[in-house]
Design a protein around this ligand. Structure first.
Ligand SMILES: [Zn+2]
Length: 254
């Protein structure tokens, strides 16, 4: 039987109860909220502006607090030691990546992202750290959407070389790039942070979620990720110094 692609309320029958323990280490908590967007990213956008506006595709409203707004935080899913101390090297690797992407508009016509340009000589240790930051984001997002967090993600965050059933590739998004260029031409900054809607495939015959995908975008460069019950293998970006920058529209929809 062909799997059905579902989004929003159609996925409700496949959701699981809210987490009662940290999805990374299993501790009973208390659980804390991870930022959907890093504070460092939001702080950079906050500079030179009166306020930030949050949009989720259906509404726009002012963001009152960069630190505490529910708009920028996931539901509780990680204990404080995992969210703060244990993931610190991953958070730092992401900040360096995000800073680089934010300031290098020429990536709009690049086919590759040279991680040695981003991280210098330490790229081979920093790139897996970056991938583990994305792993943390994905786990928190799946938990927030009330789907089971794949056990491979906690093993990956613990240092396993791969999360075999969670693929991650980097991409450039043409619509986000065009938006940025148009804003620049009009004298606006135009850079932003984006999270695409999470999409799930369910197998009616198996009665369960079999694929979950989404993406996180800094200006117009993003990571596309996909958990699959039966993975078919997109090459992970973090095995390479020169990370392939796919076009988003040439990657699978989900
Ligand atoms: Zn924990």
């Amino acid at each position: 039987m062909v799997d059905d692609m579902l989004t929003g309320a159609a996925l409700d029958p496949y959701r699981v109860p809210a987490l009662a323990a940290c999805w990374w280490c299993g501790s009973a908590g208390p659980l804390t909220r991870e930022h959907k967007f890093k504070k460092s990213d939001l702080g950079r956008m906050w500079e030179g502006t009166e306020s930030l506006v949050w949009g989720d595709g259906t509404e726009l409203r002012p963001l009152r607090s960069m630190r505490k707004s529910r708009d920028v935080l996931f539901d509780p899913g990680l204990c404080a030691p995992c969210n703060n101390d244990r993931s610190q090297p991953y958070d730092r690797a992401y900040e360096v990546f995000s800073d680089y992407v934010w300031d290098h508009a020429e990536l709009g016509w690049a086919g590759w992202l040279d991680m040695a340009q981003v991280y210098g000589e330490e790229w081979s240790t920093k790139v897996p750290d970056l991938a583990r930051y994305f792993g943390k984001h994905i786990g928190c997002r799946m938990a927030r959407d009330r789907f089971p967090v794949p056990p491979s993600l906690s093993a990956f965050l613990d240092g396993a070389p791969h999360a075999a059933d969670v693929q991650m590739v980097l991409f450039k998004s043409r619509p986000h790039y065009d938006f940025y260029r148009r804003a620049q031409a009009e004298g606006d900054d135009g850079r932003g942070l984006w999270i695409e809607p999470g999409l799930g495939y369910v197998s009616p015959s198996r009665g369960r979620l079999v694929t979950y995908s989404g993406s996180l975008i800094v200006n117009f460069v993003g990571v596309f990720y996909r958990w699959e019950l039966d993975p078919d293998g997109l090459d992970p970006f973090y095995d390479y110094r020169r990370a392939r920058l796919h076009w988003r529209h040439k990657l699978p929809t989900c």
